[in-house]
Design a protein around this ligand. Structure first.
Ligand SMILES: [Zn+2]
Length: 562
């Protein structure tokens, strides 16, 4: 018998015997006891603890130092937390995990933190890339944020012409709805200052009528099929997908995330990364397109999978436009626009009703992207209708972003037990964009206080890559509603650190029907937790985001250590 197959044999057949033997010898002996800790369990039956024990992937005891230390056996490892704070692992219920972009592309902004860059630094990074590429091949920059530029002006075509005049150059805004192009790109696409704007998009022009280089929404489409793109073999594409996922999984662990709801992505690569031992967080996989269709055809419902990769609700089904880029469907006219503009509702009610009903009947939880009050009402109408026609008591509806609400919408959300997956880091990261909407709007936006007061299971949805995903930055924003620039918006929606902790843990588990499995430090649940250098309820609120993540543990395994 070869070594590998012998090991496989022992692994498969031996696990049950040795496990049973161990259990018989030491029924209660945990693998690990953590003691002398300041534990916030997020379990209402026992909110605080000093110690807990882990066996296999699960918590087996939670309590006082004396109680839990009495379980220490000969083989038990111990960890003295030295009064550090321990919370359940953080759960992000809305994330586009573009690890391949982080790993292989030119990043012209900071994906993770507020950082101001110069236009010169963007030009230099792209110019370095140009030197590796033949003419007419695209050069792309990612994670640009127009309000995080030291130069205090817009990026323009002339800047990108400094990168190259032989290569098409694009700088993508991290929000995903706008991009900036150089003159070679415009020439290849055949767009001039005389080209009319397409429906749902613009080629922006300056006061002189000349193209500025900025292009919005559907107008970006004409650049898709011109110029040459770097090409990869199928093997190389698969390798990049795997390495990208492994990379972003490390980043998630670094920031304390133990579960992330993925917006689509390469499902095969995800399984490969897990098989090779590089998946450091649990995934609720939210399907779109062929994967969703295959699920409906094959009868795969929300909940299928295991504790590491499980099919969740759907990918966000778009009902309206963007909050940060100001195209959400609002009941009031947008300030300063003539003729009056109410944002973009992208699907009519009968079309949305039909999509929601079809998914709901298939046993798959419905997840709609809705930012504006008109869009949220439309999503709720479709969800209420589906549940009326085909009642599914186990269904967990989800509205991604769910940004602008009013008391009537909150009441309907509560009645249907919908989870709003609200923006988290925006309250800190994007305050430079809230002036456009004004305080009246912001008092009803990202309405964590209103939701919690009404008994709604509001959860945290970072929407990385438009927003950073750091849970502690998100918690700081929920607690202070104050941004990096010192501006405070909608202070009436502040929640306490303890409430924000619950939003970022238990409520996320509930959103994917996994609240019996994770989301709190409770005996029997998966041992997913984070060790923090400071107590997030005791530090100054404006320091929460700077608390060091000392250790991230998923299923009893240390996935990150500072
Ligand atoms: Zn999204």
């Amino acid at each position: 018998m070869e070594r590998a197959s012998r090991r496989a044999f022992l692994g498969a057949a031996g696990a049950a015997w040795s496990g049973a033997a161990m259990a018989a010898l030491q029924p209660d002996e945990p693998d690990l006891v953590v003691f002398n800790a300041n534990v916030y369990t997020v379990d209402r039956a026992q909110p605080r603890a000093e110690a807990f024990a882990v066996k296999g992937e699960r918590f087996v005891a939670v309590g006082s130092n004396d109680d839990v230390r009495s379980l220490i056996g000969r083989r038990t490892q111990t960890y003295d937390a030295r009064r550090m704070t321990i919370t359940p692992g953080f759960i992000d219920t809305h994330n586009h995990p573009v690890g391949d972009v982080l790993l292989y592309e030119v990043l012209v902004g900071n994906p993770f933190e507020v950082e101001f860059v110069t236009i010169d630094s963007i030009v230099e990074k792209l110019a370095a890339k140009v030197r590796t590429l033949p003419p007419d091949t695209w050069v792309s920059g990612h994670f640009f944020d127009d309000t995080k530029v030291k130069d205090k002006r817009q990026l323009v075509m002339a800047d990108l012409d400094r990168v190259s005049r032989e290569h098409p150059v694009v700088v993508n805004h991290r929000g995903g709805h706008t991009a900036f192009y150089n003159s070679r790109a415009f020439a290849l696409a055949g767009v001039t200052k005389a080209t009319p704007n397409p429906p749902g998009g613009t080629y922006d022009r300056g006061p002189d009528g000349e193209l500025t280089g900025r292009v919005t929404d559907t107008a970006m489409d004409v650049f898709d099929n011109v110029g040459r793109r770097p090409t990869f073999s199928p093997e190389e594409t698969a390798r990049r997908a795997r390495d990208g996922l492994a990379h972003i999984s490390r980043e998630f662990a670094r920031y304390g995330l133990t579960t992330v709801h993925h917006q689509g992505g390469d499902l095969a690569a995800l399984q490969d990364v897990r098989a090779r031992g590089d998946l450091k967080h649990r995934v609720s996989y939210e399907p779109i397109g062929p994967v969703l269709e295959a699920m409906i055809r094959a009868g795969l419902k929300t909940g299928f999978g295991d504790d590491w990769i499980r099919l969740g609700a759907t990918f966000e089904h778009t009902v309206d436009g963007s909050f940060s880029e100001r195209t959400l469907a609002w009941s009031k006219p947008f300030p300063g626009r003539t003729p009056p503009y109410y944002g973009n509702l992208v699907e009519d009610q009968p079309t949305l009703d039909a999509w929601v009903e079809r998914v709901h009947r298939a046993g798959i939880d419905v997840n709609c992207h809705a930012n504006g009050d008109r869009a949220i009402a439309s999503a709720l109408t479709a969800m209420e209708r589906a549940q009326r026609l085909f009642p599914r008591p186990e269904a967990r509806f989800k509205i991604t972003h769910c940004t602008l609400v009013n008391p009537e919408l909150v009441r309907r959300i509560r009645a249907l037990d919908v989870t709003p997956a609200c923006f988290t880091t925006y309250a800190y990261y994007n305050t430079d964009k809230f002036g456009f909407y004004g305080e009246d709007f912001m008092r009803n936006a990202m309405a964590f206080r209103s939701f919690l007061d009404a008994g709604v299971n509001v959860a945290a949805g970072s929407d990385f890559y438009p927003g950073p995903f750091a849970p502690l930055m998100g918690i700081q924003g929920m607690v202070t509603r104050t941004g990096w620039n010192g501006e405070t918006w909608g202070a009436n929606q502040r929640i306490t650190p303890a409430e924000a902790l619950r939003v970022n843990t238990y409520n996320g588990a509930y959103a994917s029907r996994e609240e019996a499995l994770k989301g709190s430090i409770t005996p029997g649940k998966l041992a997913d937790y984070v060790v923090l250098a400071d107590d997030l309820t005791a530090v100054a609120p404006e320091k929460i985001k700077d608390i060091q993540i000392v250790r991230t543990v998923t299923g009893g395994r240390t996935m990150y250590q500072a």
